[in-house]
Design a binder for this molecule. Structure first.
Ligand SMILES: Nc1ncnc2c1ncn2[C@@H]1O[C@H](COP(=O)(O)OP(=O)(O)OP(=O)(O)O)[C@@H](O)[C@H]1O
Ligand SMILES: O=C(O)C[C@@H](O)[C@H](O)C(=O)CO
Length: 338
């Protein structure tokens, strides 16, 4: 069942816009960051992780982004090329801006935090000249990561991409993806998040992220009220995530479907969201029933919270299927559904 009417003739499935960065995750985890001495380097940044995730499922993905003109910029672009992601619209900074670095602290499976180095940052230098109408026109969908809206000129670049997507019938996916860094205040967050949420066909975020989006419109909405309000605009699917409590997809006809997280022994509490988005969106592109999309998303998210990276260990389609099968054999068929 198709929830979103993608133009199947287009060569690219999904173009993602936002940050590519680097994660340094401690090898000596379960210690405070101040005590960790050894880190493993991975591609990071939510939309970059999701680009890798959907590409491993076989979607044809491209990326609009800005990287540093140095060895780290080369590293992330090389990883994308190996992952078969189109890098033709990733450009280099010309004024020495640097790629974002994220040092992660994994204190315990449930207590993680991220320390981001995002001053003079490459990804927020993306500008309107970097956004090409033909590229967006050739894609079935555009995913905008909310952090791209945090500051100019990236903010205008993201809004231009959104406007061109609208004009060319490219479906818009909004991953709210809130990161406190680089935002000036909550009013700005609400102004720019709401602008994109109004135009989006699919909106994905946590309750906190919907609260930030709705601050200047109507604070205090329930999940049902949020879904109905965005569906009165353009949204066909609204996904609201509640971390370990699970997540719910709301459809335009008023129906809602919920899923619990798959039981796993987590290593860290971050990285699940991008695995979730990769697998859920893959299912939507395949025209699966919404419950199958949710199950796939929840399964891949669980696989990623037990992994050390948020990118390198993203699974392919067969691996997610195998994980679902094993988990159901172990815990019973309906374990994942609310
Ligand atoms: N301990 C856990 N065990 C299994 N699944 C989990 C666990 N924690 C989170 N998940 C899964 O990951 C999904 C996304 O988690 P969360 O709601 O924290 O999103 P997020 O904030 O977007 O994540 P991220 O930190 O990756 O940005 C959840 O909906 C759930 O399916
Ligand atoms: O920039 C980020 O999104 C943080 C990342 O470094 C990390 O990959 C993550 O938290 C994934 O959601």
């Amino acid at each position: 069942m198709k929830y979103i009417d993608f133009d199947e003739k287009r060569s690219m499935d999904l173009v993602l816009l936002g940050r590519i960065a680097i994660d340094f995750n401690p090898v000596d985890y379960f210690h405070p960051l101040s005590e960790s001495t050894t880190f493993k380097k991975y591609v990071g940044g939510s939309p970059a992780n999701t680009a890798i995730g959907v590409s491993r499922h076989g979607l044809k993905a491209g990326f609009i982004g800005k990287v540093s003109d140095d060895q780290f910029g080369e590293y992330v672009v090389d990883v994308f090329k190996k992952e078969d992601i189109d890098t033709s619209h990733i450009t280099k900074c010309v004024n020495g801006e640097k790629l974002g670095l994220t040092f992660t602290e994994i204190l315990s499976p449930t207590e993680s935090s991220i320390l981001m180095y995002r001053n003079c940052i490459a990804d927020l230098q993306l500008s309107t000249e970097d956004v090409d109408e033909e590229y967006i026109k050739n894609a079935k969908a555009l995913l905008i990561s909310g952090t791209a809206l945090a500051a100019s000129p990236s903010r205008e670049a993201a809004l231009k991409a959104m406007m061109l997507a609208k004009k060319n019938n490219t479906r818009i996916i909004f991953d709210i993806d809130y990161r406190a860094y680089n935002w000036k205040n909550d009013d700005e967050i609400s102004i720019y998040y709401a602008m994109v949420a109004r135009e989006a066909d699919i909106i994905m975020g946590s309750r906190e992220e919907f609260n930030l989006t709705e601050k200047l419109i109507e604070p205090g909405r329930t999940d049902e009220e949020s879904a109905a309000a965005w569906q009165a605009e353009n949204a066909k699917i609204v996904v609201i995530k509640h971390g370990k409590k699970g997540s719910t997809a709301y459809l335009k006809d008023g129906a809602s479907f919920s899923i619990k997280p798959f039981p796993v022994e987590a290593l860290k509490s971050f990285g699940g969201g991008d695995g979730y988005a990769s697998a859920f969106l893959y299912g939507v592109f395949q025209g699966w029933d919404i419950m199958e999309c949710l199950e796939f998303g929840s399964a891949e998210a669980a696989m990623m919270v037990r992994s050390h990276s948020s990118s390198e260990e993203l699974p392919d389609t067969e691996a997610v299927r195998a994980f679902i099968k094993e988990t159901k054999e172990k815990y019973g068929k309906m374990i994942a559904r609310v």
